[in-house]
Design a protein around this ligand. Structure first.
Ligand code: FE2
Length: 274
């Protein structure tokens, strides 16, 4: 089982860094001691501390407590024509995906992960025609095996956001539409974690599928490295407006769904019925 990427301490740390709130600021605002907050940032689950600090970080306290207890895991996802690859990158794991139209065997890869061999094996064993690679963003872990994937399929084309150009890829604009056989794909600029982070929304499989890169994780999100507030804003606009049964395919951690993220992701308190 792929482990959840972030728990309580990671989420609170990301929210504090993103909003530039120090331990001391948070202590003053919440009336909780700095030492209790420091313990929480080490992973200590104390309900009073969590409930007191959460509103000052615009986080949902109930789902934060659940995250601290590690008592939630998303429902397994099984969609034909969608395969996830979880490969080891240094001391972490990263995901890449293969999507194909079963009626005509046209396939597209999303990112390469640390090692694309399993993806290449799926292409061959299912007799697929891998046309292109679309990148969610260009952080090294997501494109680490690009050279091998390209050289395994000499006519393959590689695409990336025009806001994150790399020499190996052709540039696409935000909102670019394309197809994978009879499947339709729409790209959306979910930036904030990276400058040109793209989410690819695929329609035509048994469920809608959103390949989100590091914009969103099961129960968390990628760090707001470029802009935390814009990461939240673009996720709200371009991901959380998708139907609840949409599959979320993140760059780290397990797959999830919009409905489960509305209930369990502490960064989005507006969807909770507390
Ligand atoms: Fe990233």
């Amino acid at each position: 089982m792929i482990s959840i990427e972030d728990f309580l301490e990671d989420i609170v740390g990301k929210a504090m860094r993103g909003q530039r709130i120090s331990v001391q600021d948070l202590a003053t605002k919440s009336g909780i001691s700095s030492s209790s907050i420091a313990e929480l940032l080490e992973g200590r689950v104390d309900e009073e501390t969590i409930t007191s600090i959460a509103p000052h970080l615009n986080l949902d306290s109930k789902s934060l407590i659940i995250s601290g207890r590690k008592s939630w895991y998303p429902e397994p996802v099984n969609v034909q024509g969608l395969e996830m690859y979880n490969t080891k990158w240094s001391d972490m794991y990263v995901n890449s995906y293969l999507v194909w139209d079963r009626s005509n065997r046209t396939a597209v890869a999303f990112d390469t992960g640390a090692d694309s061999q399993q993806l290449i094996d799926t292409v061959h064993s299912n007799n697929l025609n891998l046309e292109s690679i679309y990148l969610t963003h260009t952080h090294t872990d997501h494109i680490a095996d690009l050279a091998r994937l390209k050289s395994s399929f000499p006519s393959i084309r590689v695409y990336v956001s025009e806001k994150e150009p790399i020499k190996e890829a052709e540039l696409i604009e935000d909102g670019h539409n394309f197809s994978i056989g009879n499947l339709s794909v729409n790209s959306r600029l979910t930036w904030g974690h990276s400058k040109g982070g793209l989410t690819y929304v695929i329609n035509g499989l048994e469920r809608p599928v959103a390949i989100v890169g590091d914009a969103l994780f099961a129960g968390s999100m990628g760090g707001g490295v470029v802009s935390y507030m814009d990461a939240l804003k673009t996720n709200r606009k371009y991901i959380f407006t998708l139907p609840d049964h949409t599959v979320i395919c993140p760059g780290h951690g397990p797959m999830s769904s919009i409905g489960e993220e509305k209930k369990n992701n502490p960064f989005y308190p507006e969807f909770k019925n507390n």
